[in-house]
Design a protein around this ligand. Structure first.
Ligand SMILES: *Cc1c(COP(=O)(O)O)cnc(C)c1O
Length: 375
C-alpha cells in the first residue's frame, strides 16, 4: 500500500456526521449559491484571520485576480512576484493585464527575497504591487515587506493559499497571515490546510472599499438587482455546500495545524542525521506546514526510490516560474534566479496531513533514510 501525500477523505471521515447533516441542510434549503451559509462562513473566517471583511469566491486563483483588480492593479502595472511559486500567483497578474516582475526567493524560507525587491525599488523600478507567497505554510518576511510598503506606497496582496492560520511577528506582535497587507487570497482546494469538497476561495481585507469592489467584480458588477456598474465583472462565487463544509472544518483548523506542526517536529528531529536539508522557521514565525519540504541532492532518483518503497512524495514545484514555457518571457535579461532554480531542483515534499499516524510517519522516515543510503 502506498503512503499518500495528503488525506482529504480522512478529514471527511472524522467529521462525516456533522458534514452530512450540514450538506443535507443546504440541499433542503434550496439556497445553493451565496446565502446564509456563505455569509456565516465569511464572518467566521474574517474573525479567524482577524480582518474586517472576507469575500468568498470560486477558487484561490480567482481570489488573486479579483483582489488585484479590486486593489486597482491594471494594464501596464508591474507586480512583483516570487520566481518560485504555484503558477496561479503569476497567472493572476497576467490576467489583469499587468506585468509580473520576477524576484528570486530566499533559500531559507522559499519566499520572495525582500532585500532583492528593495534593491530594485532603490534603483527606480516602478512597482505597483507585490504578492508575497507564504509557501508551504511558512510566512514570507512580512515585517521587512511592510517597511517597503510604507516607503514606496506598494500595494501588498498576500497569497495565503497554503497558509491558513500561519503566524509571523510584526513589530513584536504575533499576527496571523491574511490580514497583514491590503488584501489576502485564500484557496480552499481540497488538499489545502482548510479544504472544501471542491473548489473555493476567499479574499480577506480590512479595507471596506476593496471588499466592496471585490464583491462587485465577483458578481457581474451587479450593484443592486440588475444594475451592472462594471462592464468587466464576472461570476466567481463560493457555493453554499462548500461554505457549510468549510464552517465545520474551520473549527478544527487550529487543532489540525498543531498536528501538522507536531509531525513536522518529529520529522525534523528524526531526520536530522540524514543527508537532507530540513525546513527552517524564521524567528517569531509559526509555519502551518502545508508541505514538509526537504532538499535532497539527487531529488528525482530519491523520489523514484521512495515510490518503490511505497511512499508518494511530491515535487512542488519541479520548475521555477521562468523555467515554465508559458512564463519564460518574463525572465529579465541579465537577471538570474539561482535560489528559485535550486529549490525547483532539490525540493521533495514528504507526506504530511493532520491525521497522519506515528506509524505512517515513521515508515516515511525509514523509507527516506533507505532511499538516501541507496544513492
Ligand atoms: C493552490 C494555490 C493557488 C490557487 O488556488 P486554487 O484554489 O487552486 O485556484 C494559488 N497560489 C498558491 C500558492 C497555491 O498553492
Amino acid at each position: 500500500m502506498m503512503i499518500a501525500p495528503v488525506d482529504p477523505a480522512g478529514e471527511y471521515r472524522v467529521l462525516a456526521t456533522e458534514i452530512d447533516d450540514a450538506v443535507r441542510g443546504v440541499l433542503s434549503s434550496g439556497q445553493f449559491v451565496a446565502g446564509a451559509e456563505v455569509a456565516a462562513f465569511e464572518r467566521e473566517f474574517a474573525d479567524y484571520v482577524d480582518t474586517a471583511h472576507v469575500v468568498g469566491v470560486g477558487n484561490g486563483t480567482d481570489a488573486l485576480e479579483i483582489a488585484l483588480a479590486a486593489c486597482g492593479v491594471e494594464c501596464g502595472d508591474s507586480v512583483a512576484v516570487p520566481a518560485f511559486t504555484f503558477a496561479a500567483t503569476v497567472e493572476a497578474v497576467v490576467r489583469v493585464g499587468a506585468t509580473p516582475l520576477l524576484i528570486d526567493i530566499v533559500d531559507s524560507d522559499f519566499a520572495i527575497d525582500v532585500r532583492a525587491l528593495a534593491e530594485r525599488l532603490a534603483k527606480g523600478a516602478k512597482v505597483k504591487a507585490v504578492i508575497p507567497v507564504h509557501l508551504y505554510g511558512h510566512p514570507a518576511d512580512m515585517e521587512a515587506l511592510l517597511e517597503l510598503r510604507e516607503r514606496y506606497g506598494l500595494t501588498v496582496i498576500e497569497d495565503a493559499a497554503q497558509s491558513h492560520g500561519a503566524r509571523c511577528r510584526i513589530a513584536g506582535e504575533s499576527r496571523r497571515v491574511g490580514g497583514l497587507g491590503d488584501a489576502a487570497c485564500f484557496s480552499f482546494y481540497p488538499t489545502k490546510n482548510l479544504g472544501a469538497a471542491g473548489d473555493g476561495g476567499a479574499i480577506a481585507t480590512s479595507n471596506a472599499e476593496i471588499a466592496a469592489r471585490a464583491r462587485l467584480i465577483a458578481n457581474h458588477g451587479d450593484a443592486s438587482k440588475y444594475e451592472h456598474v462594471l462592464a468587466d465583472g464576472r461570476n466567481s462565487r463560493l457555493d453554499a455546500i462548500q461554505a457549510a463544509i468549510l464552517r465545520i472544518k474551520l473549527r478544527r483548523l487550529d487543532e489540525w495545524n498543531d498536528a501538522r506542526r507536531r509531525i513536522a517536529g518529529s520529522y525534523t528531529a528524526n531526520l536530522a542525521p540524514a543527508a537532507v536539508g530540513l525546513p527552517k522557521v524564521r524567528a517569531g514565525a509559526e509555519s502551518v506546514y502545508h508541505q514538509f519540504a526537504v532538499r535532497v541532492s539527487e531529488r528525482d532518483r530519491t523520489q523514484a526510490v521512495l515510490r518503490e518503497l511505497g511512499v508518494a512524495a511530491g515535487v512542488h514545484y519541479p520548475r521555477a516560474i521562468h523555467q515554465q514555457p508559458g512564463f519564460a518571457r518574463f525572465a529579465e535579461s541579465g537577471e538570474s534566479y539561482p535560489c528559485a532554480e535550486r529549490a525547483a531542483a532539490e525540493i521533495l515534499c514528504l507526506p504530511i496531513y493532520p491525521l497522519m499516524t506515528d506509524e505512517t510517519r515513521e515508515a516515511v522516515e525509514r523509507a527516506l533514510v533507505q532511499a538516501l543510503e541507496q544513492g
